[in-house]
Ligand binder design. Structure first.
Ligand code: ACM
Length: 759
């Protein structure tokens, strides 16, 4: 039996021989890293030594009184995580938690971990530091191919940011207490320390409020199991106890249990109570708080009605009694202002308070709540919409619509948490959407998450200190099960852990990728249903336009894969050209490449046609602007020879937001033309549509254009699934220097184009 010694207490750990056996079976045979010191997030300093510390049945755990809770947790974690401790007979060995001085550990959240063959010592200044050291040790144990062995090393470590967060939306999909605890265990293992709990939203209120029992007896339960089915229905609720009701909520006792469980693991739980938007469920049971006075009409609370503020303060009073977190999140995102515009009470409020517009009305509401929270010693946290109409004096901003909100707030001296959609939204696809379960849209690979730098260049220097850290957001519209939650969270959360913990100069994707290989084993041991590395290839190209040459490279989530390719478009076999890290293609080429294992092709081959068409590298004038949110490669995008991939978020698809795409390409000389082709995307969920038509005009002087051809769209606007269409023009016999391409944005949504290919 493994013994743990804390003061005089002895705790014993069970020995899970059966699970030890399963673990061995689960270890895959493919390319793997040895995993010796593959800690994620990368520690500040690691010195590896030869030799190992063996955990045996006589290993003792000892602790200074300050860290007895941490030592107990370590023992329990070892048990829960069922590290198959191999019984051995050699002599006593010790794992020791030591309360160290500042000369050994300088940072309060830092630690020093020293592993020798005889002893493991975890040194820290504080409980948090000891926990962080403990989690590193736990990882080291779980990462080793040989269970029960810990490689000798000296590690000194502390975090870059104090805020290392994850938001989980439990409104669109409810997750029970044991799932939340498991989620917290995994967060702690990767040293993430803020759990932002999105507890309320239209699809269900999830926290017991004693003063307003209807919030949970009625609107914690909905008519349909999945968010999608419910969203497509009249969006009603059912009483608790109704046999057909779906949902759930946390009692206050359960929420307190979660808070304590998280605190034990160094995690602060930040509750979010949404206001004034995303409040359909509140208004279903308290319609007097809606501008219309009726249920199922509005989603926004009426801000002209004092009862709204009485309700919110009562709710927040109970919330603050459960959650000791300094930050209290009040939502603030995506409020529709149309009801306020027509509501006599809201309009009276605006006159009385001299508010110029509805944004100022929302800001007025946030300020009232902020004063209330401040009076109780708490800090208001909200999505970046709280900047509109004026930011409340001490509010902290969570920047989600890009980084702009965060930059503005930091410049004003407000604390900021960065969580921009393009890097932090884990509800986005993480691989080719055609191979994935339905997601909300977007495209965010583990590598994209890893590439995120929370301090924008604009803020380097004195304002950087206002960036408290960053956060991954897991919205659960399309995450109906616990397995799916794992799938969307891992391995991307490991990348976010390193983004927020490790020093900027220590972050290196190749190093992370190498360490990640052993974390797959760790995640398997913990039965985490992580998203497996894709077998697809990404083809990278670098054009030399003058020499008509292109450097080609392949990238994959597989570790050191065997790749074969052809340049004539035929499917590769193991007799085709083998890839050794980059090659040059001259002239047009049809690249077709695939990964092989044991002589067999894995997944589908990836194709890319390289074009040296007439418009490459030429000047493009935008008669109407491209979207600021989707600039892709700006003025170069449509003529750089790069085709977009399967997602409009890849930096090759350029967006046109509500206006037409209207560009003029200057070929520099009047040229005889053969064809022109331009592709668009349709994905109706996020509002991306085909143009009504594409029209081509030609000119020799750039002033007088003559219309030559129009191609109409034939994809129905009702076709919601991701669709691509090439609008192709036969220009045989035509000649011109300036080519104007207009794509009509009839839906006033988004158009996306990647390249105007002219021959
Ligand atoms: C958000 O994603 N609506 C904050």
């Amino acid at each position: 039996m493994l013994k743990i010694e804390i003061f005089s207490t002895m705790i014993s750990i069970k020995h899970y021989a059966a699970i030890w056996f399963l673990v061995i079976v689960a270890v895959p045979s493919m390319a793997q890293n040895s995993g010796r010191i593959a800690i994620v997030p990368q520690p500040s300093q690691v010195t590896e030594h030869s030799g190992v510390f063996r955990i045996t049945k006589v290993t003792r755990i000892k602790s200074d009184p300050a860290f007895s809770e941490v030592a107990t947790l370590f023992a329990k974690q070892a048990d829960i995580k069922a590290i198959g401790l191999k019984p051995e007979t050699n002599g006593p060995s010790l794992i020791n938690f030591v309360h160290a001085g500042k000369e050994i550990v300088a940072d309060s959240a830092g630690y020093r971990l020293v592993i020798t063959p005889e002893k493991i010592t975890i040194m820290a200044l504080t409980h948090t530091g000891a926990l962080n050291g403990m989690e590193s040790l736990l990882q080291l144990i779980l990462l080793q191919p040989k269970t029960g062995e810990v490689p000798c090393a000296e590690i000194t470590d502390h975090p870059r940011f104090g805020y290392r967060g994850v938001m989980l939306d439990v409104s669109r999909n409810f997750f029970p207490v044991p799932t939340i605890k498991r989620f917290l265990d995994l967060m702690a293992l990767y040293k993430l320390n803020k759990f932002h709990w999105h507890l309320t939203d239209g699809p269900g209120w999830r926290l017991e409020i004693k003063k307003y029992p209807e919030l949970t007896s009625e609107t914690a339960w909905r008519t349909h199991k999945t968010w999608k089915e419910w969203w497509d229905s009249p969006r009603h609720y059912l009483d608790e106890g109704n046999p057909n009701a779906y949902g759930g909520y946390y009692t206050q006792e359960q929420a307190r249990e979660i808070v304590a469980y998280a605190a034990q693991r160094g995690i602060t739980v930040i509750p979010e109570i949404e206001m004034p938007g995303h409040s359909d469920e509140v208004l279903a049971v308290y319609p007097n708080l809606a501008c219309s006075g009726k249920p199922f009409v509005n989603g926004e609370l009426c801000l002209g009605n004092d009862s709204t503020f009485i309700f919110l303060k009562n709710v927040l009073t109970e919330v603050m009694a459960i959650f000791p977190s300094e930050y209290i999140h009040v939502g603030g995102d995506e409020a529709d202002q149309s009801a306020w515009k027509k509501c006599p009470k809201c309009q009276k409020r605006m006159r009385d308070e001299q508010l110029k517009n509805e944004s100022e009305l929302q800001s007025y509401g946030v300020r009232r709540i902020e004063q209330f929270l401040s009076s109780k010693g708490r800090k208001l946290l909200g999505w970046d919409e709280i900047l509109e109409g004026g930011l409340a004096p001490a509010a902290t901003v969570m920047s989600w619509r890009g980084e702009e909100g965060g930059i503005t707030a930091a410049k004003m001296g407000h604390e900021v948490i960065m969580t921009p959609g393009n890097y932090c939204y884990f509800d986005h696809y993480q691989a080719d959407p055609a191979t994935q379960p339905l997601a909300i849209g977007g495209y965010l690979t583990t590598e994209n998450v890893y590439s995120y730098e929370p301090v924008p260049a604009e803020l380097e220097g004195s304002k950087a200190k206002f960036i408290m850290g960053a956060q991954a957001n897991i919205w659960t519209e399309f995450i109906p099960t616990i397995e799916h939650l794992d799938y969307m969270t891992y391995p991307r959360l490991l990348a976010m852990a390193e983004v927020t913990w490790s020093k900027k100069e220590d972050r290196n994707f190749e190093s992370f990728r190498t360490r990640l290989q052993s974390h797959y084993r760790l995640l398997q041991r913990l039965n985490v249903n992580y998203c497996r590395p894709a077998y697809s290839l990404e083809i990278g190209t670098k054009f030399d336009y003058d020499a008509k040459k292109v450097k080609v490279s392949f990238k994959s989530e597989q570790f050191n894969p065997e790749i074969y390719y052809t340049l004539d478009g035929s499917e590769p076999t193991t007799s085709s050209q083998s890839y050794n890290g980059g090659f040059e293609a001259t002239g047009p080429a049809k690249i077709c490449a695939a990964i092989f294992e044991n002589g067999k092709m894995k997944g589908k081959p990836t194709r890319l046609d390289i074009d040296f068409h007439l418009a490459i590298g030429k000047k493009v004038v935008y008669n109407q602007p491209y979207s600021k949110g989707y600039p892709a490669q700006k003025e170069a995008t449509l003529v750089n020879g790069y085709r977009g991939s399967l997602t409009y978020g890849d930096g090759q698809w350029q967006g046109f937001d509500t206006n037409d795409m209207d560009v003029t390409i200057d070929l520099e000389n009047p040229l005889a033309l053969k064809t022109l082709a331009v592709s668009f995307i349709q994905q109706t969920g996020p509002g991306v549509f085909m143009p009504d038509f594409v029209e081509i005009s030609l000119s020799d002087d750039g002033k007088d254009f003559r219309k030559v051809k129009t191609v109409n769209n034939d994809i129905p606007l009702t076709q919601s699934a991701l669709t691509f269409k090439e609008f192709k023009f036969d220009l045989a016999g035509e000649k011109g220097r300036y080519i104007r391409v207009i794509a009509k944005n009839g839906q006033h949504g988004f158009l996306f184009a990647d390249e105007v290919i002219i021959y």
